[in-house]
Design a protein around this ligand. Structure first.
Ligand SMILES: *Cc1c(COP(=O)(O)O)cnc(C)c1O
Length: 390
């Protein structure tokens, strides 16, 4: 059976009523027959049937054993960091999601957890940086926003040899394109806010582990710390996942078209998209993923913040907003938006140049997206000419 068919039919029909859509169990507690005798649920922080359906679904999609749903992607990341002890080190991808950087550095360093950031697209950088204290390797692949690709299988072997956990933030690829647990990762996390939800209408995070015992430890933290996803948002993520395969297919196809257009545009300097043969890790992306995703970033020929800011305010279909993975195309300027909390020097050395623009390709027709970008490029060129004449 194809994975799409399997996915659609893995969302259960309600055994009680036959409802074809998963019921939303909007309840805080569950009546018990006798103390401790219940139908599998006692209090909704510890477990809720709607959330449990989502948790089983994501575990199945990522080919793991335990799935857990959190109030946000960052709450999911936070639960993983809480597996560590004072003195432990995290080795993280340098081009990391800004919020994860802020959490690791500004929140956890004061508890004595050290973080080192390296370019994980070259495995030798990890070999050089790893120490006996390294207990967690943190990857995003593709990364945000420069779309670097790291070899999950090679890094998984290294993590195993060093007895440390490998966690992959799989937000950009989604399980449709990439399944890190099958490639040797121990944990996968998602900001379900993005492709899994898919409609820019919720904030949610998911964790999946390969090992049941590790999953139980994180489930303990989920209940102990209380960062759970509510039943209605769990239902919205399930509803989003129902069309994930179709959406991701279209995001990938349109992104490839837009990336090709950008590479030949005279105002564009570099284009970052793993689906381009010129991408330095195109072969690894091809080996470990079924597609290249819907995110593209690029820099402008005159690498100025001013030109990038002008461009992102001139598009009409591409809405200027943080986030990604929804049906509407978005445009953003990472240096001023998602990556503002990273110090400028560190940001630039991780490849986030001042003129870098990021696109999240939505589900509009690709030719309409090309026309929108074209009119924005023409508009900034005209402004430049006016400025030069003045
Ligand atoms: C958005 C995002 C997060 C954080 O998720 P939230 O749901 O916003 O808390 C983490 N990682 C990546 C790659 C993201 O894009």
């Amino acid at each position: 059976m194809s994975t799409a068919t399997e996915l659609i039919h893995s969302i259960p029909v309600d055994p009680l009523t036959g409802a074809i859509s998963v019921p939303i169990y909007q309840t805080s507690t569950f009546v018990q027959e006798a103390p401790g005798v219940n139908k599998g649920y006692d209090y909704a922080r510890s477990g809720n049937p709607t959330r449990a359906t989502l948790e089983q679904l994501i575990a199945q999609l990522e080919k793991g054993t335990v799935g857990l749903a959190f109030a946000s992607g960052l709450a999911a990341i936070d639960a993983i960091v809480k597996l560590l002890q004072t003195g432990d080190e995290i080795l993280a991808v340098d081009d990391i999601y800004g919020g994860a950087f802020r959490l690791f550095t500004n929140v956890y360093e004061k508890f004595g957890i050290k973080v080192k950031y390296v370019d994980t697209s070259d495995v030798t950088n990890l070999l050089d940086a790893i120490t006996p204290q390294t207990k967690l390797i943190w990857l995003e692949t593709p990364t945000n926003p420069t779309l670097k690709i790291s070899d999950i299988e090679a890094i998984g072997k290294l993590a195993k040899a060093q007895n440390c956990l490998l966690c992959v933030d799989n937000t950009f690829a989604s399980p449709v394109l990439q399944q890190p647990l099958a490639l040797g990762a121990d944990i996968v996390i998602h900001s379900a806010t993005k492709y899994l939800g898919g409609h820019s209408d919720l904030i949610a995070g998911l964790v999946v582990t390969k090992d049941a015992e590790l999953g139980a430890k994180i489930k303990y933290l989920q209940n102990a710390c209380g960062n759970i996803l509510g039943p209605f948002d769990s239902w919205l993520v399930i509803r989003g996942i129902e069309t994930l395969h179709l959406r991701v297919k279209q995001h990938c196809a349109s992104a490839q078209t837009v990336a090709a257009y950008l590479t030949q545009h005279p105002l564009v300097d570099k284009v970052f998209y793993p689906g381009l043969k010129t991408h330095p890790n195109h072969d690894i992306a091809k080996k470990q993923a079924k597609g290249f995703g819907g995110i593209i970033s690029f820099t402008l020929k005159n690498d100025t913040e001013e030109a990038a800011v002008q461009l992102v305010t001139k598009t009409k279909l591409f809405k200027l907003a943080e986030s990604l993975g929804g049906i509407k195309s978005l445009i953003s300027h990472p240096a001023n938006m998602t990556h503002k909390s990273i110090p400028a020097e560190k940001r630039r050395s991780a490849g986030v140049q001042d003129s870098l623009v990021r696109l999240s390709i939505g589900l509009e027709e690709a030719e309409d997206l090309l026309a929108d970008l074209e009119q924005a490029f023409i508009a900034i060129q005209q402004t430049k000419q006016v400025l030069q004449q003045a």
